[in-house]
Design a binder for this molecule. Structure first.
Ligand code: GUN
Length: 286
């Protein structure tokens, strides 16, 4: 049986339409949700992502601004920029696009962003809140994955979720969010021997490794939900995920395509978090 496609673009459209209404309401109250994005250096992929994030903000009526800094910028200059944004009333979300040049400490940068404006959900305070199940900004990619499962009405509680990849941005928080939803979670990574013996046990398989098409049908249980977080180029330079889509398609129960799967959802949840930040400000003002 061919898999049912989880259409991230379509799901995004619905969520963004709701967000657009929230943005209009907030704007009428004098709080136009605003996102500031800092881009350091000339990483072409980062530039593409940032442009897409800005376009998406504007499309739903939000304010968005880009601060560009050169590759060799001093760390302190970047930290000062963040402090300025922390103190601005018209900015509700701050995002520093990663990766950063090696001479800059990502940890320091993330910890300088006010937890109240950390719409990426990367600040240790927000990660701690996520781990303990408190209300906070959730990291956008895993949050988007969860929203896709919810939209498709796929049960998570009691299911075995296997995460391949343990990055701070995707793998680790994806497992934590699924655990919060009462899944049984297994983490796999580059040092896991016989990876397929784990992934074949997955009811929900999340691939977040960054290796083009490495998850083939032999890694997948019949009928599994396969979530592909990868964003790679194949041998022809074409965009592809970590999952060999054509190979897995007839075996999986559900599958996310690349492009058009998790990618649009990541940006949607960034918009969601920024709107949420503006809503909190309004609630505190009232
Ligand atoms: N680089 C790759 N993904 C992300 C993300 O979600 N947020 C930021 N800030 N940088 C990234």
């Amino acid at each position: 049986m061919p898999a049912t496609i989880i259409d991230g673009k379509e799901i995004s459209k619905h969520i963004r339409a709701e967000l657009e209404q929230e943005v209009a309401k907030l704007t009428a109250e004098g709080i136009k949700p605003g996102l500031a994005v800092i881009l350091v250096g000339n990483n072409q992929a980062s530039r593409t992502y940032v442009t897409s994030k800005q376009k998406s903000c504007r499309a739903i009526g939000m304010h968005s601004e880009l601060i560009e800094l050169p590759e060799d910028v001093e760390e302190q200059v970047l930290l000062n920029e963040i402090e300025t944004l922390n103190n601005r009333d018209d900015i509700h979300g701050i995002l520093v696009q990663l990766p950063l040049p090696v001479h800059i400490s990502e940890t320091k940068v993330i910890e300088t962003i006010s937890p109240n404006k950390d719409v990426d959900g990367f600040h240790p305070v927000n990660i701690g809140k996520m781990m303990t199940g408190q209300d906070t900004f959730l990291p956008c990619t895993p949050f988007g994955v969860l929203q896709m499962l919810k939209y498709m009405e796929l049960k998570v509680a009691g299911k075995h979720a296997v995460i391949v990849g343990r990055s701070n941005i995707v793998g680790k928080p994806a497992g934590q969010l699924l655990l919060n939803e009462n899944a049984t979670v297994t983490y796999c990574h580059s040092k896991t021997p016989d990876l397929a013996s784990y992934t074949r046990e997955a009811d929900i398989l999340v691939a977040a490794v960054g290796r083009a098409k490495m998850i083939t049908a032999e890694y997948v249980k019949e009928g599994a939900v396969v979530i592909d977080v990868g964003m790679n180029r194949d041998e022809h330079g074409k965009l592809c995920g970590d999952v060999d889509y054509n190979d897995v398609f007839d075996k999986a129960g559900y599958i996310t395509p690349v492009p058009g799967g998790v990618g649009p959802m990541t940006i949607t949840m960034l918009l969601f978090n920024t709107v949420k930040s503006a809503q909190k400000l309004l609630a505190n003002r009232k």
